[in-house]
Design a protein around this ligand. Structure first.
Ligand code: AMP
Length: 282
C-alpha cells in the first residue's frame, strides 16, 4: 500500500498505472474508518486494478466549527484497516494541498432543489463545500469510477447531478449502507455516542423500517408525523423525517405515481447528529 500526502507524488504514481492501461477506482472519505468505508474499497477492487482511498476532513463542508473540531481522527487505525482489505493507494493530503493559496476551487453549482431540502435546509453551505472537495479530488485523482455510500443518499444525488452537469468522465457507483447487527447505520460519529445513546440509536432504523411497512397504507404525511413522534425519545432531537422521490428528492404525496421512493431522516442523539435513509420502493 502506498501512502501519498502530495498531489504530485500521487499523480506520478497513478500515471504509471494508467500507462499500463489499468483502471482506477476512488473512494473519498473523511477517515475514522469503519466497515462501511471498507465496503467502498471492496466494491472498487472488483472492477478496478488500482483503488485509491482519500482521507481528508474537508473544512469547507462543516457549517459548525465545533463539529469540525470534534470530528474523530484515527489515522493509524485507518491505515491498518485500508491495508487489511488490499487498498493500493491512500491519499492523505494536508489542507494546503487541496486548497493552495491562489487556486480557484470555489464554483457555484446549480443544484436546483437538491441542496435546498433536508440536509441542505439544516446545514447551509454543506453541499457546496462537499461538491467543491469532490470536484477537486476528482480533478486530482481522475478515476474511472467513484464509489460513494447510500448512507449519504442526498450527497450521492448531488454528486451524480454535478457529474452530469459538468460532464465529468467518471462513473458514479452507489454502495449499499452497511449496518451494525442492530440496524444502526455505521458512521464515524457513532463512537461519540454514550453507551445509553448507542443502545437507543437503532430506533432510527426501526422507524425507517416501520415507515417502509406503512407505505401505501397510511398517507405519507401521516407516516412522517408519526415517525417524528416515534423518534422523540429521551436525548433524541429529530430534525426531519421525509419521504421523497429518489431522483428529485421532492416530497412524495402519491406513492403509486413514483418508481423510486426513499425515506430520509436526521436526528440528534445527545451531541451527535445522525442521518440515515431507506428505500421504501424501487
Ligand atoms: P465519510 O467519511 O463519512 O465522509 O464517508 C465517506 C464515504 O463512505 C461516503 O461515500 C459515505 O456515504 C460512505 N459511507 C459512510 N458510512 C457508510 C455506511 N455505513 N455504509 C456505506 N457507506 C458508507
Amino acid at each position: 500500500m502506498f501512502l501519498y500526502r502530495t498531489l504530485s507524488e500521487l499523480q506520478h504514481y497513478l500515471n504509471s498505472r494508467r500507462r499500463l492501461g489499468e483502471q482506477i477506482g476512488f473512494a473519498p472519505t473523511m477517515g475514522a474508518l469503519h466497515s462501511g468505508h471498507l465496503d467502498l474499497i471492496r466494491h472498487s477492487k472488483v472492477h478496478n486494478a488500482c483503488t485509491v482511498c482519500s482521507i481528508f476532513v474537508n473544512p469547507t463542508q462543516f457549517n459548525d466549527p465545533k463539529d469540525l473540531e470534534k470530528y474523530p481522527r484515527t489515522p493509524e487505525k485507518d491505515l491498518a484497516m485500508l491495508e487489511s482489505v488490499g487498498t493500493e493507494v491512500v491519499f492523505m493530503p494536508p489542507v494546503e494541498e487541496i486548497y493552495p493559496p491562489g487556486l480557484e476551487t470555489t464554483f457555484q453549482l446549480d443544484l436546483g432543489q437538491l441542496d435546498k431540502v433536508m440536509e441542505g435546509a439544516f446545514r447551509p453551505g454543506h453541499f457546496q463545500g462537499m461538491a467543491q472537495v469532490v470536484k477537486r479530488l476528482l480533478d486530482i485523482v481522475q478515476p474511472d469510477r467513484l464509489y460513494m455510500g447510500q448512507k449519504d443518499f442526498q450527497q450521492f444525488s448531488i454528486v451524480g447531478h454535478m457529474i452530469r452537469q459538468l460532464t465529468l468522465p467518471v462513473e458514479l457507483v452507489m454502495v449499499p449502507t452497511v449496518r451494525e447487527t442492530d440496524g444502526l447505520a455505521m458512521s464515524s460519529r457513532n463512537v461519540r455516542l454514550s453507551p445509553e445513546q448507542r443502545a437507543a440509536a437503532p430506533a432510527i432504523y426501526q422507524t425507517l423500517s416501520w415507515a417502509k411497512a406503512q407505505l401505501g397504507i397510511l398517507p405519507t404525511a401521516e407516516i412522517e408525523v408519526e415517525a417524528i413522534r416515534k423518534l422523540s425519545l429521551p436525548e433524541f432531537r429529530p430534525e426531519y423525517f421525509q419521504i421523497v422521490d429518489g431522483r428529485t428528492l421532492l416530497p412524495v404525496v402519491e406513492p403509486a405515481t413514483h418508481e423510486w421512493i426513499v425515506a430520509c431522516v436526521a436526528s440528534w442523539v445527545g451531541e451527535v447528529r445522525l442521518i440515515d435513509n431507506l428505500e421504501l420502493k424501487r
